[in-house]
Design a protein around this ligand. Structure first.
Ligand code: G6P
Ligand code: ZN
Length: 546
């Protein structure tokens, strides 16, 4: 038994977890004691670690393996009995959530900065998920943060490195380290939820898809599930080798960053595959494409809701749906058609946890390319792809047909998000404050020819635990069902990002083929005029349009 080393330390004052754990540049994490302090704060503030099982892994970005060795030594010194670590240090975020739940773990430490670039000059991150497998609720992250402010020592052992490449058990002092196949538990769960025979038959019949793993963590998952288990031809998965700098890419599944994929899916004629999909750095986001056809995340959630019973795991029906406030109201319409509730929550996956745990919502999603269900407690990229494949296989319809069906049944909601990135913080905050101050006077006025029916700053009371959140974004609702939402991003690292979400329903099927920006042109102008965006920022337009 090696002696536990109790190392004196002093607090860092910047260890407050954000939307998704502690996210900083690699250089910040490489400071001596920086990671150690945060990990010790987790051990000190979450009860029950003695003799418990800890799940450990990350998205494979630069610094992942080094951090894992440190965390293993600290776990052994802090009384953890067993660490389940993904081979080569890999575990996707939904994969980790799955293992935490399946193995009854005390919790998991996931090393990821999601879709942010990696490499020595990129970002790194660490987050803790408790035993339900979901993101730590605020009471836990607050406790961890409070501990980082007063920490005086951390515990570690001087043990040799664990071999992360060999499956099976090793020991570190009294603790067992089991290197697990990162894909096995997750793939087994997917086989229980979806009709693998039907999807296999689909591929055998010549259906072609392209999955872009963006050189991030879903490569091994997608290869095993799509190519090995479902028989999709080799090469279906592109950019499938996880690289610690994501090949200098930006592993975010959208029309801009998933360039390889978009080029293939929008190729002329038969060269384009039938379906395309991509996931992000840690595997929780997804983008779905049909042949020369983009599915908005909001429509994706609505279409999955309408067709859910085609998948065995959801054959008994969907209890309810939940979407974040800025997500379009397409899921509300799908839910209304099915006679089930649709919950509107603030932005951030953590707000879905209570609804999923209580069985009030089965499916949930966000406009920011997140979709998921009660099968784990994180959003899940590959799950969404398999759900779509299952529905395509069971219905015999293409991705585009399924979305057009949705529009035919509930109307099309034209939807766009305009981002103004890297604004001076003060300027963005003043813009939002001025807008908030005007809200009471907007009701009943006409803006751009539309009557304002509601103007508020979104506040939420969780229907399960009664917790509240306010100041979650400005909503302007018009008489014709159009809506404009303004909020500041909670995940940006440079300056402030203003996000403006603009949508309007179109119930006439003869008008379902317009270009989105053209269909929303007058509302886009209203959104700018209402908040004075161009006047105040001097910007000619948004930096990113999704
Ligand atoms: C992360 C969270 C999502 C959330 C998104 C919002 O990805 O996991 O749940 O929707 O951030 O980001 P924003 O930059 O709009 O605050
Ligand atoms: Zn992510």
């Amino acid at each position: 038994m090696s002696a536990i080393r109790v190392e004196p330390t002093t607090p860092f004052d910047d260890q407050k977890p954000g939307t998704s754990g502690l996210r900083k540049t690699v250089s910040v994490f490489r400071q001596p004691r920086y990671l150690e302090n945060f990990v010790q704060a987790i051990f000190d503030s979450v009860p029950g670690r003695q003799g418990a099982t800890l799940v450990l892994g990350g998205d494979g970005r630069f610094h992942n393996k080094t951090a894992i060795q440190t965390i293993i030594r600290m776990a052994a010194a802090n009384g953890i009995a067993r660490v389940l670590v993904g081979r080569d240090g890999l575990l996707s975020t939904p994969g980790a959530s799955c293992v935490i739940r399946e193995r009854g773990a005390w919790g998991g430490i996931i090393l990821s900065a999601s879709h942010n670039p990696g490499g020595p000059d990129g970002d790194f991150g660490i987050k803790f998920n408790p035993s339900n497998g979901g993101p730590a609720p605020e009471r836990i992250t607050d406790a961890i943060y409070a501990r980082t402010r007063e920490i005086g020592e951390y515990c570690i052992l001087d043990t040799p490195e664990v071999d992360l490449s060999a499956l099976g058990e090793q020991t570190v002092d009294d603790m067992v380290v089991e290197v697990i196949d990162p894909v096995a538990d997750y793939a087994a769960l997917m086989e229980r939820l979806f009709d693998f025979d039907a999807i296999r038959a689909l591929f055998q019949g010549g259906f072609r898809m392209c999955f872009d793993a963006m050189h991030a963590v879903t490569g091994p998952y997608a290869r095993e599930i799509l190519e090995n288990r479902l028989g999709a031809p080799a090469g279906t998965v592109i950019n499938g080798e996880p690289l610690d700098d994501f090949n200098e890419g930006h592993p975010d599944p959208n029309l801009v960053h998933a360039r390889d994929l978009v080029e293939r899916l929008f190729a002329d004629g038969d060269a384009a595959p039938d379906m395309g999909a991509a996931s992000d750095g840690d595997g929780d986001r997804n983008m779905i494409l049909g042949r020369r056809f983009y599915v908005t995340p909001s429509d994706s959630l609505a279409a999955l809701t309408l067709n859910a019973t085609l998948a065995p795991g959801y054959a008994r029906g969907v209890a309810g749906v939940a979407r974040s406030m800025p997500t379009s109201r397409a899921p509300d319409r799908a839910a209304a058609l099915l006679g089930i509730p649709c919950f509107e929550t603030p932005t951030g996956w953590k707000f879905f946890g209570t609804l999923l745990d209580a069985g009030k919502a089965t499916l949930c999603g966000e406009e920011s390319f997140g979709t998921g269900s009660d099968h784990v407690r994180e959003k899940d990229g590959l799950w969404a792809v398999l759900f779509w494949l299952n529905i395509v296989a069971a219905s015999g319809k293409s991705v585009e047909d399924l979305v057009r069906d949705l529009w035919a049944r509930v109307g099309r909601i034209y939807y766009t998000r305009h981002d103004y990135e890297d604004l001076p913080k003060r300027q963005a905050e003043t813009l939002m404050n001025d807008l908030r101050a005007r809200l009471p006077s907007l009701f009943g006025t006409k803006q751009g020819g539309r009557l304002v029916m509601l103007a508020d700053d979104f506040a939420y009371t969780d229907p399960v635990d009664g917790s509240t959140a306010s100041g979650q974004g400005v909503r302007i609702l018009f008489e014709d069902g159009a809506r404009i939402v303004y909020r500041l991003s909670g995940t940006g690292t440079a300056g402030a990002t203003l996000r403006v979400y603009i949508e309007r329903p179109e119930d006439d099927p003869a008008r379902h083929d317009m270009d989105t920006q053209a269909a929303l042109a007058d509302l886009i102008a209203t959104a700018d005029a209402l908040a004075g965006i161009q006047d105040r920022t001097g910007r000619g337009g948004p930096t990113v349009i999704t």
